[in-house]
Write a protein that binds this ligand. Structure first.
Ligand code: PHE
Length: 453
């Protein structure tokens, strides 16, 4: 599907693109991070703000990234260079490249835990155990530095292997069948979760919003989560859009990906929160949240061991289609802008991600200084690159398209392939005024105003 080092390719079909973009979007962001954020930020009220962010900011920004990507046929740095030659705007693309590398380094640590859980499932390590015991096993496992580093390396090599080997087509074809299966499993697990004794409290935590819980920390977390989950703000969708064909409909593809991604997140929450309350786990459990709650569900279903092995395998595939897209951004940059071969770019970026990922791997119990540093080294990587930097990137993109490149050429690009872009007026308003004002307002309220208090 994507490129060789000599020619840039295009997606095989419209569906091929939607699947690849959805593959990038759907991942640990939905199944692991969304429940954590929801748990830490007050439950239903957070979900409410999150959905508003997806609809009002996520969809227009995704359309914009795709348009910039298709117009320029470039990685993020090249895209800004082509549209505004000689300007400093390319630094926005550069921030995206760095952000991709940083997120990849921490994301692969968590993906490594998923691999570990496939093994736990097969070996029955967690079978029949209560939440406390499962929590202790999880902590013991993440505290092992060598294990975490090995799993990190393993997952990164897997990702690089796919990106270099050009077997992406195969992965896409496989995920075409595997992801619907994941969705079915998620739904089945939801049913078990809400029928567990004591699940009711979880259902109301997840569905009954307490609006008094909303403050700017919650709003910023929701906005950041929307960017992270939709793979926006660092140029992933610019890069993926660069492989789009001119006759693809950008607006409907973007909306489809955003809605699909949010649906998976909402369903994942439905699976986690009832079971969380049923199992007596703290909603603020942090990175270990789903790793403690999920085994509790599997321990309460027939053939749970089998189910859980299969489930974690599918989650690993979902994570892999996301890490592929994280790696793809820096790789496309080094191939397009620096003339590296795809192979060299992929392996060197992977090496970089591995080295940067080591402190993350060691920050979940292995090394006290890294673990206790604010929200832990890995937590800080997710906070600054998986949230703050993506939001800054999104803001810059809106300002760039709204005021520099211009709405008109952008709309022209979006209109290709879809005779009418029926929401172009609304889209233009959001990109010029709505999104920048909302994002800037949230950033100022969360980071700047408190300094004057
Ligand atoms: N959206 C992916 C997920 O939800 C993570 C990701 C973020 C991928 C940013 C690419 C860019 O797991």
């Amino acid at each position: 599907m994507t490129t060789t080092s000599t020619s840039r390719g295009t997606w095989g079909s419209r569906l091929g693109f939607v699947l690849a973009a959805a593959g990038s979007a759907i991942g640990l962001g939905n199944i692991w991070k969304f429940p954590i954020e929801t748990g830490e930020n007050g439950g239903a009220a957070f979900v409410f703000v999150y959905l508003i962010c997806v609809l009002s900011i996520g969809i227009p920004v995704m359309i914009t990234e795709l348009a910039v990507g298709r117009k320029t046929g470039s990685n993020p740095v090249g895209a800004f260079k082509k549209l505004m030659p000689g300007s400093a705007w390319k630094m926005v693309g550069g921030l995206g490249v760095v952000t991709g590398l940083m997120i990849l380094s921490a994301y692969a640590v968590v993906a490594g835990w998923i691999l570990k859980y496939i093994w736990f499932a097969v070996s029955g390590t967690l079978s029949g155990k209560g939440a406390d015991e499962i929590g202790a096993i999880f902590t013991a496992s993440t505290s092992s530095g060598w294990q975490s580093i090995t799993l990190l390396l393993f997952f990164l090599v897997l990702t690089a292997g796919v990106v270099v080997g050009g077997v992406q087509g195969g992965i896409e074809r496989a995920s075409k069948t595997l992801m619907p299966v994941l969705l079915v499993l998620l739904l089945l697990l939801c049913i078990r979760s809400v029928t567990l004794p004591g699940a009711g409290a979880g259902v109301s935590f997840y569905l009954k919003p307490d609006f008094s819980k909303i403050d700017f920390d919650v709003v910023m977390a929701a906005l950041g989560q929307a960017f992270f989950s939709l793979s926006l703000g660092m140029g992933t969708m610019i890069t993926y859009g660069s492989y789009l064909r001119k006759d693809d409909n950008l607006a409907t593809s973007a909306a489809a990906v955003c809605l699909l991604d949010s649906a998976v997140a909402i369903i994942a929450g439905f699976m986690i929160f009832p079971a969380l309350f049923a199992g007596g786990v703290d909603p603020q459990a942090g990175p270990g949240l789903i790793f403690v709650v999920l085994p509790h569900i599997f321990n309460n279903i027939p053939f749970g061991q089998l189910f859980s092995a299969f489930f974690f395998f599918l989650v690993a595939i979902a994570a892999l289609t996301s890490t592929i897209s994280l790696l793809e951004v820096p790789v496309a940059y080094f191939v397009d802008e620096r003339g590296w071969s795809r192979k060299k770019a992929a392996w060197l970026v992977t090496l970089g991600a591995f080295i940067i990922g080591i402190p993350s791997a060691l920050s979940n119990g292995a090394v006290a200084a890294l673990t206790n540093f604010r929200s832990g080294f890995m937590g800080e990587v997710f906070n600054w690159f998986g949230e703050f930097s993506l939001v800054i990137g999104g803001l810059a993109l809106c300002i760039f398209v709204g005021y520099r490149w211009g709405l008109k050429p952008a709309i022209e690009e979006i209109r290709q392939g879809s005779a009418e872009f029926f929401a172009s007026g609304l889209w233009g308003f959001m990109i010029r005024y709505g999104c920048p004002a909302a994002i800037a307002g949230i950033l100022v309220s969360k980071y700047i105003l408190p300094m004057f208090e």
